[in-house]
Design a protein around this ligand. Structure first.
Ligand SMILES: C[S@@+](CC[C@H](N)C(=O)[O-])C[C@H]1O[C@@H](n2cnc3c(N)ncnc32)[C@H](O)[C@@H]1O
Length: 273
């Protein structure tokens, strides 16, 4: 492992975990069958499941989408550097594992702002011999910090895959997610890519609005679900690769079963030309 300065900085500086209010990183871990969650997270997770029973299938489909996009970017687009923002608590097929299985020298910077993810950062730093991984405790809205520290590990003169997987719905309109994305994509050269998955407000509509009401009441962080047109707008100025912005399970599925999974997320990948 070649941990960068960003990775080393996190040691010994783990903020206190708040077990009194549900956090999306831990609730998501619960939905994925993980153990890094508290009673308050499981209660919130169960309330959301009541609203949308397809949620477990949906979060699994999202992890599968993440793995397929990383594999596609490494294999088909020749990407060797990944900036994965809103990483989540380590689960199966983390970005560095998939990327380094294709390209052993892939370099990955993970970014998240949740203390539980920070507490598990070492698991994310376990890169291969030739590659490098780093973890940065930062907020997606603080793009200048992300770019400054990620530059310890990534070469911003070479293509970078910006991964915003199931995180943009946690950025409110008042925080201008389109501007956040534009700043990130302005910092990377042509050949770089943007991958997004996003919770919808225009599929499974009754269930999504019920789930949104429940989670916005129970979670520490508000969510904004968005339409296909809004998610497509996040790719403005970039060239969407086939099949465009689609339900995640239909984005280059490996098997017919994968394509038919129950899921409620829009997903897409685009290239900066
Ligand atoms: C639903 S999880 C998705 C995890 C992973 N990307 C995946 O799709 O499997 C969202 C993650 O984004 C993180 N997050 C939420 N808001 C964030 C922000 N403003 N900056 C950085 N990370 C954020 C949460 O802590 C959580 O780990």
């Amino acid at each position: 492992m070649a941990a960068s300065e960003a990775g080393k900085k996190m040691a010994g500086d783990v903020p206190r975990l708040d077990a009194g209010v549900a956090h999306i990183a831990r609730v998501y871990d619960y939905w994925l069958g993980g153990k890094d969650n508290f009673a308050v997270d499981r209660a919130a997770g169960d309330e959301a499941l009541e609203a949308f029973p397809g949620l477990i299938s949906s979060v699994r489909a999202n992890r599968a989408f993440l793995a397929r996009t990383v594999r596609y970017l490494a294999k088909e687009q020749g990407i060797r550097q990944f900036l994965d923002i809103g990483t989540g608590i380590p689960a199966s097929n983390n970005t560095h594992e998939v990327a380094q299985s294709v390209t052993p020298d892939a370099r990955v910077v993970y970014v998240d702002n949740d203390p539980m993810v920070l507490a598990h950062a070492r698991a994310l730093l376990n890169g291969g011999e030739q590659g490098a991984t780093a973890y940065l405790d930062a907020d997606l809205r603080d793009v200048s910090k992300i770019l400054r520290v990620a530059a310890d590990t990534l070469d911003f003169t070479k293509p970078v895959a910006v991964m915003l997987i199931a995180v943009l719905h946690l950025i409110s309109e008042s925080d201008d997610p389109a501007a956040v994305i534009a700043t990130l994509m302005a910092a990377v050269p042509p050949g770089s890519t943007l991958a997004i998955s996003h919770v919808p407000n225009d599929m499974h509509m009754g269930a999504m609005s019920d789930m949104s009401e429940r989670l916005n009441r129970l979670l520490s962080q508000p969510s904004t679900y968005r339409s296909r047109a809004q998610v497509t707008g996040f790719f403005d100025g970039l060239e969407l690769v086939d099949p465009g912005v689609v339900p995640i399970q239909q984005w280059r599925p490996d098997t017919p079963e994968e394509a038919e999974a129950v899921a409620a997320m829009w997903g897409g990948v685009a290239v900066k030309r």
